[in-house]
Unconditional design. Structure first.
Length: 302
């Protein structure tokens, strides 16, 4: 009887929700935007969020939510597995538990929405808009800073200060992430710009217009000098690979790196990396996301 009783206790424990692994949970919702209409977001709430109701959490806002978590929603049947990267770091005690807010990209208007409007000169901006359509980056930054974040801070237990608020994205999503860090340091204190599309336009165009590459590099110097400024408590990660689209990024990233260092950012505040052989795609970004999060969020102590 004693053995049977012990066996029954094991069965009850195995069936108990408390015994199940807590991998966090997802929440999906639409958020109103004055500039764009409803925008769909997917939140990942970390393990313990529902149990430890007295705790507040830092937040990472990420672009291209379709490609962050779920294969069946992804554009290329590949995902960043952002929740898995976060889980590994949280369970190892390297960073404090944090919330991820994934923001859907709009499809055919993704380029315009993620474009850093003030980086190029006005003539260059007009040239780009003529081919691509109205550039939406400023409106999107305002949505994230003034509409989405206040809602998240209201409805969830966040730590709302800039040092506990990060933004991340890849390619054009990397552009809008560094742009947001520069434009709204009152809201965002950390950014990860992964495989950042620093050429701003299709690299094929650069070889057809003499002087265009130098113009874009000069635009980066000018913008960063006037808008990014000194770190003032912020942290920034930038990287790129060397294959597929990433093979074009080095000349522009080197200009960005030099200017950021000239502004006083040291290795403690600014980390820039090159991944030889890495391609411009989600599996490559997933492989290095634990390293990215681990460095960027290292001061979010458990």
């Amino acid at each position: 009887m004693r053995g049977l009783f012990a066996f029954l206790l094991l069965l009850v424990a195995a069936a108990s929700p408390a015994a199940a692994a807590d991998d966090g949970r997802f929440v999906e919702r639409d958020v109103a935007s004055s500039a764009f209409g409803p925008i769909h977001v997917t939140l990942w709430l970390p393990p313990g969020y529902d149990r430890d109701t007295g705790r507040r959490y830092p937040v990472v806002y990420m672009q291209d939510a379709q490609n962050l978590f779920f294969l069946d929603r992804s554009n290329f049947r590949k995902v960043w597995a952002a929740d898995k990267a976060a889980l590994g770091l949280i369970r190892s005690g390297k960073v404090a538990p944090f919330i991820i807010v994934g923001i859907d990209q709009p499809g055919k208007e993704r380029y315009q929405r993620y474009f850093p409007v003030k980086v190029p000169s006005e003539p260059m901006r007009e040239f780009i808009a003529k081919g691509a359509g109205p550039l939406q980056g400023d409106g999107y930054v305002a949505f994230m800073a003034d509409e989405l974040k206040p809602l998240i801070d209201r409805d969830y237990r966040t730590r709302p200060q800039p040092r506990f608020t990060a933004i991340a994205g890849s390619s054009m999503g990397g552009l809008i992430s560094i742009y947001t860090l520069a434009e709204r340091p009152d809201v965002f204190g950390k950014a990860a710009a992964v495989s950042t599309h620093t050429p701003l336009i299709d690299p094929d165009m650069l070889g057809k217009a003499p002087g265009l590459a130098a113009t874009i590099q000069g635009s980066w110097r000018n913008y960063l000098y006037h808008q990014l400024g000194a770190p003032k408590g912020r942290k920034l990660w930038m990287d790129h690979g060397t294959a597929t689209l990433d093979q074009y990024y080095a000349p522009y990233q080197s200009v960005v790196d030099a200017e950021i260092h000239r502004l006083g950012w040291t290795d403690k505040q600014f980390r820039t990396r090159v991944y030889p052989g890495a391609e411009h795609e989600e599996n490559a970004w997933a492989r290095r996301l634990p390293e990215i999060f681990g460095w960027l969020l290292s001061d979010w102590k458990p």
